[in-house]
Design a protein around this ligand. Structure first.
Ligand code: ZN
Length: 161
């Protein structure tokens, strides 16, 4: 006796509900089979339009990265008022651009992006505070660390293929 015949006799169900039952059963077997043999899901990848969006935000961020020498010079000159103004002026949108960039990263890259963006903001705030206190050592230390974190952040940009 086949399995289906056994089910028919065992449950004694009518032809209409029987065919429904059989197709449900077939569906269930297919589902179980696919669960057992399914290959692991492909990791998500960057689509060209997402890469394009990331490049656009990265361009804005790179533009600010290219001007960091100006901030360094202001710190070197102990020009504290302009150093602080520079952080809130020309670099004022850096945090927002980093956050927009992060939102377009794949989930597995986002935590690293958020962490680096937090670090960059933290160092900039420290430089701003150091400027208000004319604390040269703290300002230069945070400037160097901010550059390292910002360059690591820009490295998150996926290569366009
Ligand atoms: Zn840091």
């Amino acid at each position: 006796m086949s399995k289906i015949q056994w089910i028919k006799s065992r449950f004694g169900i009518g032809s209409r509900s029987r065919s429904l039952f059989v197709s449900l059963l077939a569906g269930m077997m297919l589902f179980l089979a696919s669960c057992g043999n399914a290959p692991p899901a492909e990791p998500p990848t960057y689509t060209p339009d997402v890469v394009q969006r990331l490049e656009s935000y990265a361009n804005d961020i790179q533009g600010m990265r290219d001007r960091m020498g100006e901030l360094e010079q202001l710190i070197q000159d102990r020009d504290w008022i302009y150093a602080d103004n520079f952080i809130h002026g020309p670099l004022g949108t850096l945090r927002q651009d980093m956050s927009l960039f992060n939102r377009n990263l794949l989930p597995q890259d986002q935590s690293q992006g958020r962490e680096l963006a937090r670090e960059v903001s933290r160092h900039l705030e420290a430089i701003s505070l150091a400027a208000q206190q004319a604390d040269y050592a703290t300002a230069t230390k945070n400037y160097r660390e901010m550059l390292t974190d910002l360059d690591a952040f820009l490295d998150l940009l996926p290569n366009a293929t």
